[in-house]
Write a protein that binds this ligand. Structure first.
Ligand SMILES: Cc1cc2nc3c(=O)[nH]c(=O)nc-3n(C[C@H](O)[C@H](O)[C@H](O)COP(=O)(O)OP(=O)(O)OC[C@H]3O[C@@H](n4cnc5c(N)ncnc54)[C@H](O)[C@@H]3O)c2cc1C
Length: 286
């Protein structure tokens, strides 16, 4: 299908999206919406696979294309999910699409992913801020689906307000489990809030995991990274075991347009997941 289309339009196959259908939507908050997507082409549907932390380029026809992470489990077959914040032209247009609408998908892209294989036999701490829960959700699911291969698992998730927490019901269920420690925090609590108050950095000093056998994963707004790094370095967690989702403004997704430089790296092809070791000396990184 892509090859036929590429031939017809004289475009390189990397730039031709596969057609997919929105099969389900759900409002997660007033600004974020979950989409369940299914490729129309059976061959594509059956062969599609991705690694946690990789992303897709999504086309809303007649509007444009934007990159989005894949929050569903890589083990889920037949469909995948997106979580889209309504912030601009493509995301806004996507929010208006009904179930049954067609979109275009390129990818998955990104060489850098969360190294879930290397994490086996170790503790994993996942620190997410706001929309940052979406990209790490695929890693959380993957670990929980093979829970015995890992040691401790902690999720620190911070938001501005309780009503902005993503996947609320799911997070509530995670809190009930004894094989994952979930710590929640908000900047502005409401009367019913019973968890921590303040930024998620405040919860890092309380972590019990030792540097020898701990991996950390960080995803959230750019401002969060510098402060989280200070706390993780204070815990002496190894820079090569700290992984950051470095989302940058990008267009092509395939290393051509050069819009997403971080020093001498390109976020789309070298990332978007980098170890702190790889990027700590790059000026534009943190
Ligand atoms: C790897 C990756 C994964 C992502 N995953 C997700 C995800 O899972 N969910 C999600 O909701 N978003 C995700 N994003 C962010 C998403 O791609 C952007 O929000 C994108 O801009 C949405 O496209 P748009 O056309 O709706 O917005 P636009 O119309 O492009 O505008 C979006 C916002 O960006 C601002 N903006 C425009 N140009 C620039 C610029 N050059 N530099 C900085 N800001 C600019 C605009 O002012 C506006 O506030 C991801 C981004 C990357 C790089």
């Amino acid at each position: 299908m892509v090859l036929e289309m590429a031939e017809k339009t004289k475009r390189h196959p990397l730039y031709v999206p596969d057609i997919a259908t929105i099969t389900e939507t759900e409002n997660l908050t007033t600004t974020e919406k979950k989409f369940v997507i299914r490729f129309d082409d059976k061959e594509k549907r059956d062969s599609f696979s991705f690694l946690p932390g990789q992303f897709l380029e999504v086309t809303v026809f007649g509007i444009g294309e934007a990159p989005f992470s894949i929050p569903s489990s890589p083990n889920l077959k037949g469909s995948f999910e997106l979580c889209v914040r309504n912030i601009g032209s493509v995301s806004g247009a996507m929010h208006k699409l009904p179930v049954g609408a067609k979109i275009g998908i390129r990818g998955p892209f990104g060489k850098g992913y969360f190294p879930y294989e290397k994490m086996k036999g170790n503790n994993v701490v996942i620190i997410a801020g706001g929309l940052g829960l979406a990209p790490v959700r695929s890693l959380i699911k993957l670990i929980l689906e093979d829970r015995k291969s890992y040691k401790g698992l902690t999720l620190i998730y911070g938001c501005v307000e309780p009503n902005l927490l993503l996947y609320k019901d799911e997070v509530k269920e995670l809190k009930k489990r004894d094989d994952i420690d979930v710590m929640l925090t908000v900047d502005r609590p409401d009367a019913s809030w019973k968890e921590s108050v303040g930024v998620c950095t405040n919860l890092i000093p309380g972590l019990k995991y030792l540097p020898e056998d701990t991996y950390a994963v960080v995803c959230g707004p750019p401002i969060m990274y510098r402060f989280v790094m200070i706390e993780l370095e204070e815990k002496k967690y190894k820079p090569e075991n700290i992984f950051l989702d470095m989302e940058r403004r990008m267009e092509c997704g395939v290393g051509k347009c050069n819009h997403c430089h971080i020093g001498d790296k390109l976020c789309c092809v070298d990332g978007p997941i980098f170890s702190l070791w790889e990027i700590k000396n790059l000026k534009e990184a943190l």
